[in-house]
Design a binder for this molecule. Sequence first.
Ligand SMILES: Nc1ncnc2c1ncn2[C@@H]1O[C@H](COP(=O)(O)OP(=O)(O)OP(=O)(O)O)[C@@H](O)[C@H]1O
Ligand SMILES: O=C(O)[C@H](O)[C@@H](O)[C@H](O)[C@H](O)CO
Length: 160
Amino acid sequence: MGVSGSGKSTVAEGISTAMGLPFAEADRFHPEANIAKMSAGIPLTDADRWPWLSDLAAWMATQAREGQSTVMACSALRRAYRDVLRSGPPEVQFVHLDGPVELIAARMSARPDHFMPASLLASQVRTLEPLGADEDGVVLDLRHDPQTLVEQAVEWLAHR
Ligand SMILES: Nc1ncnc2c1ncn2[C@@H]1O[C@H](COP(=O)(O)OP(=O)(O)OP(=O)(O)O)[C@@H](O)[C@H]1O
Ligand SMILES: O=C(O)[C@H](O)[C@@H](O)[C@H](O)[C@H](O)CO
């Protein structure tokens, strides 16, 4: 989890490779209308996000029912969104990539060919609700390099 540009796709793919688990990029589950909105610099609303979050939960549940764990890169900005994702099965652990907004903005601006404009970062940051003490998750510092973050995430998952 984390705001746009925080490194979710990069780190989640690394976790999926390291652990040998199927990976899903939540961006690929957005309907065209959501992508069009974000591409135009318009933030998604809760109403835009609910059906998308249900689809993501369904993808995880289908595999969990066959005993298959999964890894997903998903913004999961608000607690209520995470509640949909952890409606289960499976049990869901969250890895929040957190760090300085200026660094995230710089990474977004340097990123080629992505629909998400850096102008939406401010709204992502406003919407973000950090993990509560009662939520099953860990916060990692996105200033680290991707390989270090993958190792930290795998280590936390192994010992939680
Ligand atoms: N730890 C890191 N150190 C340096 N660069 C990184 C790191 N993580 C990601 N990047 C780079 O920053 C950019 C944003 O990363 P990425 O696309 O993985 O973020 P994201 O959270 O999935 O974004 P979005 O939600 O907008 O799809 C990419 O160009 C990526 O290569
Ligand atoms: O909840 C949201 O607003 C969305 O998931 C966004 O975070 C983007 O899809 C993603 O970050 C792409 O850049």
